[in-house]
Design a protein around this ligand. Sequence first.
Ligand code: HH2
Length: 294
Amino acid sequence: MLEVPIPRTGVLHARGRDLPYGERTLVMGIINVTPDSFSGDGVGRRIDAVLARARDMVAEGADLIDVGGESTRPGAQPVDEEEELARVVPAVRALAEAVPVPISVDTRKPRVAEAALRAGAHLINDVTGLQRDPGMAEVAASFGAPVIVMHSPGEPWAVPWPAVYRDVVDDVKAYLARSLEIAVRAGLPVDQVVIDPGFGFGKSVTDNLELLRRLGEFRKLGSPLLIGTSRKSTIGAILGRPADDRLEGSLATIALAIAEGVDIVRVHDVRASVRVARMADAIVRGHRVPGVAG
Ligand code: HH2
């Protein structure tokens, strides 16, 4: 029998835009202000396009928006700090004014995180789990911003991927435990740090599938849990479809991640993901539907 985890509830205090988690799955919409993101969804630096996409996502039910100015796909070219600042800061400033949901900034550079927080960002999303630059935890703590810490075995342009694991779940858990320790030492409350096993980052197809199958094990770390599977190459490998045709595979991962107790899903396709999340939540979390008997 599937053992359904008991949801924990809490609130991410995202600089004035509280995000309650645990009662239903939160959906994070991805906006890449890049020219080279793997899924081909990058809008570059066109603020009108950024705002239009964010408004659509919010109307479709996104609970938060993640803005990234540097692609992390394997083989991507690293972006220098000035260029990343020029991509991210105007987008964040415009978004924080235009949409009511929290804005997270997807960066591994403390200077970019700091500038984005000054421009109105509410959370930091660090794909290096606070382990690349000690300045990142300090920036987050000094702004009182929640942080998403993701596992990545080195950086996509610096190491041979995939890495080799003894046991992928145990190894990633140990890494995330270290990220939590760094956060707490910098003064961030542990319930304001979201953990993410980094689906697709330095992992084989088999590793990624195992991470998803055993996702519930990460809940033992006690922090809210996020997963980003949307359109990733593992789905392409299973279905034999290109990045722009992986919707059903992405949705399958969301439904099963919810059954494993995930709190936040990071997605490109907000409308469909929200519907899947609502349905999966009703099963897993036992939501009552107003006006519907039984
Ligand atoms: N995946 C990507 C980027 N940032 N952040 C978190 N926390 N978790 C993820 O799984 C994650 C992430 C890669 O996806 P995307 O942003 O669409 O692509 P690219 O890095 O090529 O812009």
